[in-house]
Every structure is written in C-alpha cells, then in structure tokens.
Design a protein around this ligand. Structure first.
Ligand code: DAT
Ligand code: MG
Length: 202
C-alpha cells in the first residue's frame, strides 16, 4: 500500500511537470556545474518553497582504501538517507591535491600530507540531501581522531591526524569548489530516489 502510494506520487510528479526553478538554485551550486544534467522537478516543502538539496564532497583517503573501509563508509551515508550522485576511484595528482588543499600548502605538514594522499588511490563521492554538508562533518568527526567522538568515522576507524581516513567538505562554498575540482558536470547523476518522500518532508 505504502509502495503504491509512493509510486503514485512519483508518477504524478513526473507527469505534472510545472515550472522549474533557476538551475543555479538546484542543489546549491552554480549553473555551470549542472551541465549535462536533467534538472529535477522542484520539490516543494510545507512552506511552499522549493527544496534546495545540498551536495558535498566525501573522499575516502588512501588509508581508508588500503584498509578496505570504503564499503562501511558508503553504508553510513546511505543509511543516514543521503543520495549518492557521483562516485569514482582515482590516484590523485599533486596538482589536484594542491588545489584541493590550497589553504594548507604552506603548512609544515603539507609535504607528508601530499606523500600520503598520493600513495594509493582514493574513492571520491558526491552525496546529496538535506543539510548534508554539516551532517557529514558531524558524521566524519574531529580532524584529529584522538579528539573524535566514538560513532564518527574518524572516531571509530582512526587514531592519528595524519591518517584520518576520510575528507568531508566544510562549507557550502567549499563543497561547491571541491565538487567542481574533482568532477566533470556529466559525471554527476540527477536521479529520483524512491524513498525521498519518506526520508524528508516534501
Ligand atoms: P579536515 O580534514 O577536518 O577538514 P583540515 O582541512 O584542517 O581538516 O586539514 C586537512 C587534512 O590535513 C586533515 O584531514 C589531515 C591533515 N592535517 C591537518 N592538520 C594536520 C597536522 N597538524 N598534522 C598532520 N596532518 C594534518
Ligand atoms: Mg578541511
């Protein structure tokens, strides 16, 4: 019954169309980033305003890949209700890393950070959902695992700041910049998650 109800709502949304908001409002990122995407029909909240889903960049760092933690980290974001819209595995170049960590290149630990981050592949993802940026930071935990709470990724899987398993964007501006840096527009998929009316108010 519930499934049929959800399906009917999805089909209704699909067929009813309606005006689209400016693309730049969707997902809180610039229109240029949406190239090659089908714009989703706007979902309206009880206030009548369109939902603006955030996106964030999550990277499983080389220690996470080496320790086969990728599946467990993905599972945490899935079970929280977030939607995976981009995923790839790559060996990061020095150039990309210096752009990603542009505020850290003058830090004394940057050479060892560079060595570690380029030592093995990383798995890089874009997750979407309500307040995903702030929630992901909470889920990932303190930068220094020694201070990270149990239950967070860093608090459960790591002990030293130089090997803290995962990266998560720390602000809307940071997420937009990092997503643009790591992904081409056509590598991100805009798709309807069938449970989105259950996990978030429409
Ligand atoms: P976060 O990853 O929590 O956003 P950050 O942006 O300040 O933290 O630093 C980026 C990464 O740099 C961090 O995840 C691990 C590394 N790092 C930060 N401070 C460090 C330190 N004092 N020694 C070694 N690595 C450090
Ligand atoms: Mg940071």
């Amino acid at each position: 019954m519930l499934q049929r109800c959800v399906l009917q709502r999805i089909l209704h949304r699909f067929h009813s169309g309606g005006p689209e908001p400016p693309r730049s409002l969707l997902y809180g990122r610039p229109a240029a980033l949406l190239c090659g995407h089908r714009a989703a029909s706007p979902r309206r909240s009880s206030t009548g305003l369109p939902h603006v889903n955030e996106q964030t960049l999550i990277v499983v760092k080389p220690d996470g890949v080496q320790r086969r933690l990728v599946g467990q980290i993905i599972q945490r974001f899935e079970q929280r209700g977030f939607k995976l819209v981009g995923l790839k595995m790559l060996r990061v170049s020095e150039d990309l890393l210096s752009q990603h960590y542009c505020q850290l290149t003058s830090k004394p630990f940057y050479p060892s950070l560079l060595y570690y981050m380029t030592s093995a592949p990383v798995v890089v993802m874009v997750w979407e959902g309500h307040k995903v940026i702030q929630t992901s930071r909470t889920m990932v935990g303190h930068t220094n695992p020694a201070e990270a709470q149990a239950g967070t990724v860093r608090g459960d899987f790591s002990m030293h700041v130089s090997r803290n398993v995962v990266h998560a964007s720390d602000s809307l501006e940071g997420a937009q910049r990092e997503i643009q840096l790591w992904f081409q527009g056509n590598e991100l998929l805009n798709w309807d998650c069938w449970d989105q009316t259950i996990t978030c108010e429409e």
